[in-house]
Design a protein around this ligand. Sequence first.
Ligand SMILES: *[C@@H]1O[C@H](CO)[C@@H](O)[C@H](O)[C@H]1NC(C)=O
Ligand SMILES: *[C@@H]1O[C@H](CO)[C@@H](O)[C@H](O)[C@H]1NC(C)=O
Ligand SMILES: *[C@@H]1O[C@H](CO)[C@@H](O)[C@H](O)[C@H]1NC(C)=O
Ligand SMILES: *[C@@H]1O[C@H](CO)[C@@H](O)[C@H](O)[C@H]1NC(C)=O
Length: 401
Amino acid sequence: MEPKLSLVILTIFLLCSAAIHNGSRPVLALAPCDFPAIFNFGDSNSDTGGLSAVYGQAAWPAGETYFGHPAGRYADGRLVVDFIAQSFGLPFLSAYLDSVGTNFTHGANFATAGSTIRPQNTTIRQYGYSPISLDVQFNELYQFRRRSQVTRAKGGVFQKLMPKEEVFSRALYTFDIGQNDLTAGYFLNMSTSEVRAYIPDVLGQFKNIIKKLTGYDRIDGSFEQYVYGEGGRYFWIHNTGPVGCLPYVMDRIPVLASQIDSAGCASPFNEVAQDFNRGLKKVVDQLRKELPLAAITYVDVYSVKYSLISQPKKHGFTEPLRACCGHGGKYNYNKNHGCGSKITKGGHEVLIGKSCKDPQHYVNWDGVHFTEAANKQIFDHIVSGLLSDNKTPLRMACHRV
Ligand SMILES: *[C@@H]1O[C@H](CO)[C@@H](O)[C@H](O)[C@H]1NC(C)=O
Ligand SMILES: *[C@@H]1O[C@H](CO)[C@@H](O)[C@H](O)[C@H]1NC(C)=O
Ligand SMILES: *[C@@H]1O[C@H](CO)[C@@H](O)[C@H](O)[C@H]1NC(C)=O
Ligand SMILES: *[C@@H]1O[C@H](CO)[C@@H](O)[C@H](O)[C@H]1NC(C)=O
């Protein structure tokens, strides 16, 4: 053995054993996880084509930066979930609802734009919330697990489109949902205290779904009785972002000048988001106790999102609040003429929801969603584990700490 190499190995060994015996962070001494697949649940922050498949593509210039065409994402390029997939060497996740060109060998994405945790009592035409709430996303996965195996057994090309059975317990289950549950109340004219009052119900429903996911594969097909431990084991849960910094909220629900913080964000909405996050963290702590076979990581994406907006220069951005793609107004956001919207002028369609020249300098893409540049930075901050409540890095998320 080369002397230098053996020195390196010795150093690594010493570091690892120090970490093991240090009593502090044994997770770093464990082997990185080998996730064969990702199953994602969420809203537009992680939708890779679900809503687009059913209600029409997120229009150009969506996708302009990375894909060169609309790609089912509400952004100019990749989302955090895309960077997560890439970091494991996995292909981008196909949307479960997409019936054309999908490949589920390495996972599926159940997220749709506008999804909430709780089913809403309004239609998508009225308020824009997707009917594919988290309970529906669970039903989809439940069916997918069984039916994918029946299809796979047919062999040939089906074997190359459907995941192996073992994948369901070895996969990483990722979540980014909750933001729309908060805005839903506000858009129905509820007060902040009314929105706060229903957060426990939202979190209770979230908790219930995670529990079901750990053991949904019961032979008798019952939804209510499940065998714990036969389903997902590894959960990566994003908290919700500073919704009070997003133009679609600030433009539509005015607050007092005294409620605007130094970053230009509307404090009441951010306080509610932080309330939700404190509750979510408690739910994760409870789940860890109730599910001893599961490794669950709570990830504070709120902090990094707020940091991009409140300290843009530090992160290489010049525009923290204004949308890159839109049609005028204080935030370049117009509810009636969103990113990609067109009007007919002299018999021709004209794009009026245009994008900026330099999306890499904008945090916000369309008044609601983040740009690829921002998503990349969000990913870079969460991958190391610095924002995980137990300091678990993404590649260690299969270890219970
Ligand atoms: C051991 O723990 C101490 C303090 O908790 C820390 O400063 C040190 O970096 C740790 N060493 C290793 C190798 O993890
Ligand atoms: C929808 O209506 C039902 C029945 O009144 C109620 O229990 C539920 O909480 C409502 N959901 C929401 C999101 O308001
Ligand atoms: C689906 O994707 C996997 C992984 O990229 C690949 O090996 C497989 O060939 C693909 N299936 C088809 C039918 O192209
Ligand atoms: C909320 O209030 C606005 C302004 O008063 C009103 O136009 C709208 O219809 C109200 N929405 C609901 C769901 O009550």
